[in-house]
Design a protein around this ligand. Sequence first.
Ligand code: COA
Length: 403
Amino acid sequence: MDTPNQGSPAYTHATYAHIIGWGMAVPDKVMTNDDLSAFVDTNDEWIVSRTGIRERRIASEKESTATLALKAAQRALEVADILPIELDMIIVATSTAEYVFPSTASIVQNWLGASRAGAFDMSAACSGFVYGVNMAAQAIRSRSIQTALVIGSETMSRILDWQDRSTCILFGDGAGAVVMRASTVPGGVLSSVLRSDGAGWDVLCVPSVGSRDLDGSEIQPNGHTPFRMFMDGPEVFKFATRVFNDSVSQAVSDAGLTLDDIKLIVPHQANLRIISSAARSLKMDESRFMVNLDRYGNTSAASIPIALTEAVQQGRIAENDYIVFVGFGGGLAWGSMVVKWGAPKPKEEERALLKSQRRQLSYSLATLRSRWRRWIKSINEFFARLSPARGRMARLRDRVDKL
Ligand code: COA
Protein backbone atom coordinates (compact mmCIF):
# COMPACT_ATOMS: atom_id res chain seq x y z
CA MET A 1 0.00 0.00 0.00
CA ASP A 2 1.28 3.52 -0.81
CA THR A 3 1.83 5.60 2.29
CA PRO A 4 2.76 9.27 2.16
CA ASN A 5 6.26 10.15 3.36
CA GLN A 6 6.72 11.97 6.64
CA GLY A 7 6.80 15.67 5.81
CA SER A 8 4.51 15.28 2.80
CA PRO A 9 1.39 17.52 2.74
CA ALA A 10 -0.77 14.62 3.97
CA TYR A 11 1.19 14.60 7.25
CA THR A 12 1.92 18.27 7.72
CA HIS A 13 -1.57 19.74 7.11
CA ALA A 14 -4.85 19.05 8.85
CA THR A 15 -7.73 18.32 6.48
CA TYR A 16 -10.99 20.28 6.62
CA ALA A 17 -14.33 19.40 5.02
CA HIS A 18 -15.72 22.38 3.10
CA ILE A 19 -19.04 22.83 1.33
CA ILE A 20 -18.11 23.89 -2.21
CA GLY A 21 -21.38 23.39 -4.10
CA TRP A 22 -25.12 23.58 -3.42
CA GLY A 23 -28.35 23.17 -5.33
CA MET A 24 -32.03 22.45 -5.00
CA ALA A 25 -34.94 21.11 -7.04
CA VAL A 26 -38.64 21.35 -6.28
CA PRO A 27 -41.61 20.18 -8.35
CA ASP A 28 -43.45 22.81 -10.40
CA LYS A 29 -46.85 21.91 -8.96
CA VAL A 30 -47.85 24.28 -6.14
CA MET A 31 -50.53 23.26 -3.63
CA THR A 32 -51.84 26.23 -1.63
CA ASN A 33 -53.71 26.08 1.68
CA ASP A 34 -56.89 26.94 -0.22
CA ASP A 35 -56.28 23.97 -2.55
CA LEU A 36 -56.05 21.75 0.55
CA SER A 37 -59.23 23.11 2.07
CA ALA A 38 -61.08 21.90 -1.04
CA PHE A 39 -60.70 18.26 0.07
CA VAL A 40 -59.87 18.30 3.80
CA ASP A 41 -61.53 20.19 6.67
CA THR A 42 -59.04 23.03 7.15
CA ASN A 43 -58.48 26.62 6.11
CA ASP A 44 -55.69 29.05 5.20
CA GLU A 45 -56.04 31.09 8.41
CA TRP A 46 -55.63 28.02 10.68
CA ILE A 47 -52.63 26.66 8.77
CA VAL A 48 -50.79 30.01 8.55
CA SER A 49 -51.37 30.91 12.21
CA ARG A 50 -50.39 27.44 13.56
CA THR A 51 -47.53 26.64 11.20
CA GLY A 52 -46.52 29.59 8.99
CA ILE A 53 -46.99 27.41 5.88
CA ARG A 54 -48.79 28.98 2.89
CA GLU A 55 -48.04 26.51 0.12
CA ARG A 56 -45.99 23.42 -0.68
CA ARG A 57 -44.75 21.63 -3.85
CA ILE A 58 -46.15 18.26 -4.91
CA ALA A 59 -44.32 15.81 -7.20
CA SER A 60 -45.93 14.89 -10.51
CA GLU A 61 -46.37 11.27 -11.53
CA LYS A 62 -43.08 11.45 -13.45
CA GLU A 63 -41.14 12.85 -10.50
CA SER A 64 -39.72 10.78 -7.69
CA THR A 65 -37.24 11.00 -4.82
CA ALA A 66 -34.44 9.97 -7.20
CA THR A 67 -35.33 12.38 -10.04
CA LEU A 68 -35.51 15.34 -7.64
CA ALA A 69 -32.26 14.22 -6.01
CA LEU A 70 -30.58 14.01 -9.43
CA LYS A 71 -31.59 17.57 -10.38
CA ALA A 72 -30.42 19.02 -7.06
CA ALA A 73 -27.16 17.06 -7.37
CA GLN A 74 -26.49 18.29 -10.92
CA ARG A 75 -26.98 21.90 -9.77
CA ALA A 76 -24.63 21.37 -6.82
CA LEU A 77 -21.98 19.85 -9.13
CA GLU A 78 -22.38 22.87 -11.42
CA VAL A 79 -21.71 25.32 -8.55
CA ALA A 80 -18.78 23.22 -7.31
CA ASP A 81 -17.59 22.92 -10.91
CA ILE A 82 -16.45 19.34 -10.53
CA LEU A 83 -17.06 16.22 -12.62
CA PRO A 84 -19.17 13.27 -11.40
CA ILE A 85 -16.07 11.05 -11.72
CA GLU A 86 -14.44 13.11 -8.95
CA LEU A 87 -17.04 12.01 -6.38
CA ASP A 88 -15.91 9.40 -3.85
CA MET A 89 -19.14 9.10 -1.85
CA ILE A 90 -22.83 9.81 -2.42
CA ILE A 91 -25.24 9.92 0.53
CA VAL A 92 -28.98 10.42 0.08
CA ALA A 93 -30.82 11.31 3.27
CA THR A 94 -34.45 10.32 2.79
CA SER A 95 -37.54 8.81 4.41
CA THR A 96 -39.18 8.23 1.04
CA ALA A 97 -36.59 6.12 -0.75
CA GLU A 98 -37.39 4.78 -4.23
CA TYR A 99 -36.94 1.21 -3.00
CA VAL A 100 -36.23 -0.49 0.34
CA PHE A 101 -33.16 -1.45 -1.65
CA PRO A 102 -31.26 -0.54 -3.81
CA SER A 103 -30.46 2.78 -2.23
CA THR A 104 -31.68 5.93 -3.93
CA ALA A 105 -28.04 7.03 -3.73
CA SER A 106 -27.03 4.14 -6.02
CA ILE A 107 -29.65 5.19 -8.56
CA VAL A 108 -28.34 8.76 -8.51
CA GLN A 109 -24.75 7.48 -8.73
CA ASN A 110 -25.66 5.58 -11.91
CA TRP A 111 -27.52 8.51 -13.51
CA LEU A 112 -24.66 10.90 -12.80
CA GLY A 113 -22.04 8.49 -14.13
CA ALA A 114 -20.15 8.85 -10.82
CA SER A 115 -18.33 5.61 -11.41
CA ARG A 116 -15.75 6.01 -8.62
CA ALA A 117 -18.27 6.73 -5.85
CA GLY A 118 -19.67 4.55 -3.09
CA ALA A 119 -23.35 5.23 -2.41
CA PHE A 120 -25.82 4.68 0.41
CA ASP A 121 -29.01 6.11 1.91
CA MET A 122 -29.18 7.71 5.32
CA SER A 123 -32.25 7.07 7.48
CA ALA A 124 -32.52 9.72 10.18
CA ALA A 125 -35.83 11.30 9.09
CA CYS A 126 -35.80 15.11 9.18
CA SER A 127 -32.29 15.14 10.73
CA GLY A 128 -30.93 13.00 7.88
CA PHE A 129 -29.14 15.80 6.07
CA VAL A 130 -27.22 16.89 9.19
CA TYR A 131 -26.29 13.25 9.87
CA GLY A 132 -25.21 12.81 6.23
CA VAL A 133 -23.03 15.93 6.19
CA ASN A 134 -21.45 14.78 9.43
CA MET A 135 -20.66 11.32 7.97
CA ALA A 136 -19.16 12.88 4.84
CA ALA A 137 -17.12 15.38 6.89
CA GLN A 138 -15.73 12.57 9.06
CA ALA A 139 -14.69 10.59 6.00
CA ILE A 140 -13.05 13.66 4.45
CA ARG A 141 -11.23 14.67 7.63
CA SER A 142 -9.92 11.14 8.12
CA ARG A 143 -8.68 11.33 4.50
CA SER A 144 -10.47 8.18 3.44
CA ILE A 145 -12.22 10.26 0.77
CA GLN A 146 -11.72 13.64 -0.94
CA THR A 147 -15.09 14.60 -2.32
CA ALA A 148 -18.66 13.78 -1.29
CA LEU A 149 -22.15 14.57 -2.48
CA VAL A 150 -24.80 14.77 0.25
CA ILE A 151 -28.42 15.01 -0.84
CA GLY A 152 -31.67 15.35 1.10
CA SER A 153 -34.57 14.31 -1.10
CA GLU A 154 -38.20 13.56 -0.31
CA THR A 155 -41.57 12.85 -1.87
CA MET A 156 -43.51 13.22 1.37
CA SER A 157 -46.77 13.50 -0.60
CA ARG A 158 -46.54 9.73 -1.26
CA ILE A 159 -46.62 8.75 2.45
CA LEU A 160 -49.23 11.22 3.69
CA ASP A 161 -52.76 10.34 4.70
CA TRP A 162 -54.55 13.03 2.68
CA GLN A 163 -57.63 12.67 4.90
CA ASP A 164 -55.66 13.52 8.06
CA ARG A 165 -55.72 17.30 8.40
CA SER A 166 -53.24 17.30 11.26
CA THR A 167 -50.43 15.91 9.06
CA CYS A 168 -51.21 16.45 5.36
CA ILE A 169 -51.09 20.24 5.67
CA LEU A 170 -47.50 20.23 6.92
CA PHE A 171 -45.39 18.46 4.31
CA GLY A 172 -44.11 18.99 0.78
CA ASP A 173 -41.75 17.47 -1.80
CA GLY A 174 -38.27 18.60 -2.89
CA ALA A 175 -34.54 18.01 -2.81
CA GLY A 176 -31.38 19.86 -1.88
CA ALA A 177 -27.73 18.86 -2.24
CA VAL A 178 -24.24 19.92 -1.27
CA VAL A 179 -20.81 18.95 -2.60
CA MET A 180 -18.14 18.66 0.10
CA ARG A 181 -14.42 18.61 -0.49
CA ALA A 182 -11.18 18.20 1.42
CA SER A 183 -9.06 21.30 1.86
CA THR A 184 -6.09 22.39 3.95
CA VAL A 185 -7.76 25.80 4.47
CA PRO A 186 -9.20 25.84 8.01
CA GLY A 187 -13.00 25.94 8.09
CA GLY A 188 -15.90 23.86 6.80
CA VAL A 189 -17.66 21.60 9.29
CA LEU A 190 -16.32 22.62 12.71
CA SER A 191 -18.53 20.67 15.10
CA SER A 192 -21.47 18.26 15.12
CA VAL A 193 -23.85 17.11 17.82
CA LEU A 194 -25.94 14.07 16.87
CA ARG A 195 -28.48 12.62 19.32
CA SER A 196 -31.39 10.20 19.45
CA ASP A 197 -34.13 9.21 21.90
CA GLY A 198 -35.66 6.05 20.46
CA ALA A 199 -38.18 5.86 23.31
CA GLY A 200 -40.17 8.33 21.22
CA TRP A 201 -40.15 6.09 18.12
CA ASP A 202 -43.94 6.01 17.87
CA VAL A 203 -44.77 9.73 17.99
CA LEU A 204 -43.67 10.13 14.37
CA CYS A 205 -43.40 7.03 12.20
CA VAL A 206 -44.05 5.31 8.87
CA PRO A 207 -44.28 1.50 9.30
CA SER A 208 -42.53 -0.44 6.53
CA VAL A 209 -42.25 -4.07 5.39
CA GLY A 210 -40.29 -5.37 8.36
CA SER A 211 -42.34 -3.67 11.05
CA ARG A 212 -43.23 -5.60 14.20
CA ASP A 213 -45.78 -2.83 14.60
CA LEU A 214 -48.05 -4.31 11.92
CA ASP A 215 -50.10 -7.49 12.03
CA GLY A 216 -50.81 -7.71 8.31
CA SER A 217 -54.18 -5.94 8.33
CA GLU A 218 -54.53 -2.54 6.67
CA ILE A 219 -55.68 -0.53 9.70
CA GLN A 220 -53.88 -1.17 12.98
CA PRO A 221 -55.33 -0.73 16.47
CA ASN A 222 -52.58 1.79 17.26
CA GLY A 223 -53.53 3.92 14.26
CA HIS A 224 -50.39 2.94 12.32
CA THR A 225 -50.89 2.01 8.67
CA PRO A 226 -48.21 0.56 6.35
CA PHE A 227 -46.38 3.26 4.41
CA ARG A 228 -48.55 6.03 5.87
CA MET A 229 -47.22 8.67 8.22
CA PHE A 230 -48.45 8.73 11.80
CA MET A 231 -47.70 11.78 13.93
CA ASP A 232 -48.60 12.98 17.40
CA GLY A 233 -48.23 16.68 16.53
CA PRO A 234 -48.27 18.25 20.00
CA GLU A 235 -45.71 15.70 21.31
CA VAL A 236 -43.41 16.35 18.35
CA PHE A 237 -43.79 20.08 18.92
CA LYS A 238 -42.71 19.76 22.59
CA PHE A 239 -39.76 17.55 21.64
CA ALA A 240 -38.58 19.95 18.91
CA THR A 241 -38.65 23.05 21.10
CA ARG A 242 -36.85 21.11 23.87
CA VAL A 243 -33.91 19.83 21.80
CA PHE A 244 -33.44 22.76 19.38
CA ASN A 245 -31.69 25.13 21.77
CA ASP A 246 -29.63 22.57 23.66
CA SER A 247 -28.14 21.05 20.53
CA VAL A 248 -27.44 24.41 18.86
CA SER A 249 -25.77 25.75 22.03
CA GLN A 250 -23.70 22.56 22.34
CA ALA A 251 -22.51 22.64 18.71
CA VAL A 252 -21.62 26.34 18.95
CA SER A 253 -19.66 25.87 22.15
CA ASP A 254 -17.92 22.74 20.74
CA ALA A 255 -16.75 24.92 17.85
CA GLY A 256 -15.21 27.35 20.37
CA LEU A 257 -17.73 30.06 19.48
CA THR A 258 -20.62 31.94 21.08
CA LEU A 259 -24.06 32.57 19.62
CA ASP A 260 -22.97 36.15 18.82
CA ASP A 261 -20.49 34.72 16.30
CA ILE A 262 -23.24 32.98 14.33
CA LYS A 263 -24.39 34.79 11.20
CA LEU A 264 -27.29 32.54 10.26
CA ILE A 265 -29.10 29.50 11.64
CA VAL A 266 -30.48 27.25 8.90
CA PRO A 267 -33.02 25.12 10.75
CA HIS A 268 -35.20 22.24 9.66
CA GLN A 269 -38.33 23.89 8.27
CA ALA A 270 -41.08 22.21 10.31
CA ASN A 271 -43.12 24.99 11.87
CA LEU A 272 -42.57 28.75 12.22
CA ARG A 273 -43.70 28.57 15.86
CA ILE A 274 -40.87 26.10 16.63
CA ILE A 275 -38.33 28.49 15.05
CA SER A 276 -39.80 31.55 16.85
CA SER A 277 -39.72 29.74 20.18
CA ALA A 278 -36.07 28.75 19.60
CA ALA A 279 -35.17 32.34 18.68
CA ARG A 280 -36.76 33.61 21.89
CA SER A 281 -34.99 31.16 24.15
CA LEU A 282 -31.61 31.54 22.40
CA LYS A 283 -32.16 35.33 22.63
CA MET A 284 -31.40 35.71 18.93
CA ASP A 285 -33.31 37.93 16.53
CA GLU A 286 -35.56 35.91 14.22
CA SER A 287 -33.92 37.60 11.22
CA ARG A 288 -30.85 35.43 11.97
CA PHE A 289 -32.89 32.29 11.14
CA MET A 290 -33.41 31.22 7.53
CA VAL A 291 -37.12 30.58 6.94
CA ASN A 292 -38.71 29.43 3.68
CA LEU A 293 -41.29 26.97 5.01
CA ASP A 294 -44.05 29.38 3.95
CA ARG A 295 -43.37 28.30 0.32
CA TYR A 296 -42.31 24.66 0.67
CA GLY A 297 -43.75 23.34 3.95
CA ASN A 298 -41.79 20.62 5.71
CA THR A 299 -39.70 18.73 3.13
CA SER A 300 -38.10 16.55 5.83
CA ALA A 301 -34.46 15.70 5.03
CA ALA A 302 -34.52 18.12 2.08
CA SER A 303 -35.52 21.20 4.06
CA ILE A 304 -32.06 22.27 5.31
CA PRO A 305 -30.22 22.01 1.96
CA ILE A 306 -33.13 23.76 0.21
CA ALA A 307 -33.06 26.57 2.81
CA LEU A 308 -29.25 26.73 2.58
CA THR A 309 -29.35 27.05 -1.21
CA GLU A 310 -31.89 29.89 -1.04
CA ALA A 311 -29.91 31.61 1.74
CA VAL A 312 -26.80 31.61 -0.46
CA GLN A 313 -28.79 32.79 -3.49
CA GLN A 314 -30.23 35.64 -1.40
CA GLY A 315 -26.73 36.71 -0.34
CA ARG A 316 -27.35 35.92 3.32
CA ILE A 317 -24.12 33.92 3.71
CA ALA A 318 -20.66 35.31 2.91
CA GLU A 319 -17.16 33.87 3.04
CA ASN A 320 -15.92 33.19 6.59
CA ASP A 321 -19.42 33.43 8.10
CA TYR A 322 -20.27 30.91 10.79
CA ILE A 323 -23.59 29.20 10.17
CA VAL A 324 -25.52 26.49 12.01
CA PHE A 325 -27.64 23.62 10.65
CA VAL A 326 -30.15 22.11 13.07
CA GLY A 327 -32.44 19.17 12.29
CA PHE A 328 -34.98 17.24 14.40
CA GLY A 329 -37.69 14.68 13.79
CA GLY A 330 -38.57 10.98 13.66
CA GLY A 331 -36.43 8.65 15.72
CA LEU A 332 -36.68 10.69 17.71
CA ALA A 333 -33.40 12.01 16.37
CA TRP A 334 -31.83 15.43 16.18
CA GLY A 335 -28.54 17.07 15.26
CA SER A 336 -26.77 20.42 15.00
CA MET A 337 -23.54 21.48 13.35
CA VAL A 338 -21.47 24.60 12.89
CA VAL A 339 -19.98 25.33 9.48
CA LYS A 340 -17.48 28.03 8.62
CA TRP A 341 -18.47 29.07 5.13
CA GLY A 342 -15.82 29.24 2.44
CA ALA A 343 -16.91 30.29 -1.02
CA PRO A 344 -15.50 28.18 -3.88
CA LYS A 345 -12.75 29.71 -5.94
CA PRO A 346 -13.92 31.82 -8.90
CA LYS A 347 -14.43 29.92 -12.11
CA GLU A 348 -12.04 30.27 -15.00
CA GLU A 349 -14.55 30.88 -17.81
CA GLU A 350 -13.08 28.55 -20.43
CA ARG A 351 -12.29 25.74 -18.05
CA ALA A 352 -15.74 26.00 -16.48
CA LEU A 353 -17.40 25.73 -19.89
CA LEU A 354 -15.32 22.67 -20.74
CA LYS A 355 -16.19 21.03 -17.42
CA SER A 356 -19.86 21.83 -17.91
CA GLN A 357 -19.77 20.02 -21.28
CA ARG A 358 -17.92 17.08 -19.72
CA ARG A 359 -20.59 16.86 -17.00
CA GLN A 360 -23.34 16.73 -19.65
CA LEU A 361 -21.36 14.03 -21.48
CA SER A 362 -21.05 12.06 -18.24
CA TYR A 363 -24.84 12.15 -17.74
CA SER A 364 -25.49 11.09 -21.37
CA LEU A 365 -22.93 8.27 -21.23
CA ALA A 366 -24.42 7.07 -17.95
CA THR A 367 -27.86 6.87 -19.59
CA LEU A 368 -26.44 5.01 -22.62
CA ARG A 369 -24.51 2.58 -20.42
CA SER A 370 -27.65 1.85 -18.39
CA ARG A 371 -29.73 1.26 -21.54
CA TRP A 372 -27.00 -0.93 -23.07
CA ARG A 373 -26.90 -3.16 -19.98
CA ARG A 374 -30.67 -3.55 -19.94
CA TRP A 375 -30.66 -4.35 -23.67
CA ILE A 376 -28.00 -7.06 -23.22
CA LYS A 377 -30.00 -8.45 -20.30
CA SER A 378 -33.19 -8.70 -22.38
CA ILE A 379 -31.30 -10.39 -25.25
CA ASN A 380 -29.91 -12.92 -22.78
CA GLU A 381 -33.39 -13.52 -21.40
CA PHE A 382 -34.72 -14.02 -24.94
CA PHE A 383 -32.10 -16.70 -25.69
CA ALA A 384 -32.62 -18.33 -22.31
CA ARG A 385 -36.27 -18.88 -23.22
CA LEU A 386 -35.27 -20.78 -26.39
CA SER A 387 -34.53 -24.50 -26.14
CA PRO A 388 -30.92 -25.18 -25.04
CA ALA A 389 -30.89 -28.07 -27.53
CA ARG A 390 -30.74 -25.63 -30.40
CA GLY A 391 -26.97 -25.53 -30.65
CA ARG A 392 -26.69 -22.68 -33.13
CA MET A 393 -28.75 -20.39 -30.94
CA ALA A 394 -26.74 -21.36 -27.89
CA ARG A 395 -23.46 -20.49 -29.67
CA LEU A 396 -24.94 -17.15 -30.70
CA ARG A 397 -25.99 -16.49 -27.10
CA ASP A 398 -22.44 -17.22 -25.92
CA ARG A 399 -21.14 -14.66 -28.38
CA VAL A 400 -23.61 -12.02 -27.16
CA ASP A 401 -22.68 -12.82 -23.56
CA LYS A 402 -19.08 -12.05 -24.37
CA LEU A 403 -19.93 -8.58 -25.76
N1 COA B 1 -57.12 22.64 10.27
C1 COA B 1 -58.02 23.01 11.19
N2 COA B 1 -58.05 22.50 12.43
C2 COA B 1 -57.12 21.58 12.76
C3 COA B 1 -56.16 21.16 11.84
C4 COA B 1 -56.19 21.72 10.55
N3 COA B 1 -55.31 21.39 9.59
N4 COA B 1 -55.38 20.24 12.42
C5 COA B 1 -55.81 20.09 13.67
N5 COA B 1 -56.89 20.90 13.89
C6 COA B 1 -57.67 21.06 15.08
C7 COA B 1 -57.64 19.83 15.96
O1 COA B 1 -58.60 18.89 15.52
C8 COA B 1 -57.98 20.41 17.29
O2 COA B 1 -59.37 20.61 17.34
P1 COA B 1 -60.18 20.39 18.75
O3 COA B 1 -59.56 21.38 19.69
O4 COA B 1 -61.56 20.68 18.34
O5 COA B 1 -59.89 18.98 19.12
C9 COA B 1 -57.32 21.78 17.25
O6 COA B 1 -57.08 22.08 15.87
C10 COA B 1 -56.00 21.83 17.99
O7 COA B 1 -55.25 20.67 17.64
P2 COA B 1 -53.75 20.48 18.09
O8 COA B 1 -53.22 19.24 17.48
O9 COA B 1 -53.65 20.66 19.57
O10 COA B 1 -53.10 21.76 17.36
P3 COA B 1 -51.68 22.36 17.51
O11 COA B 1 -51.77 23.79 17.87
O12 COA B 1 -50.78 21.49 18.33
O13 COA B 1 -51.14 22.30 16.02
C11 COA B 1 -49.66 21.00 14.68
C12 COA B 1 -51.02 21.06 15.37
C13 COA B 1 -49.56 19.66 13.97
C14 COA B 1 -49.61 22.11 13.66
C15 COA B 1 -48.56 21.19 15.74
O14 COA B 1 -48.77 20.29 16.81
C16 COA B 1 -47.20 20.96 15.19
O15 COA B 1 -46.76 21.69 14.33
N6 COA B 1 -46.46 19.96 15.69
C17 COA B 1 -45.16 19.67 15.24
C18 COA B 1 -45.30 18.90 13.96
C19 COA B 1 -44.00 18.79 13.22
O16 COA B 1 -43.29 19.75 13.12
N7 COA B 1 -43.73 17.61 12.69
C20 COA B 1 -42.61 17.32 11.93
C21 COA B 1 -41.41 17.34 12.77
S1 COA B 1 -40.07 16.89 11.83
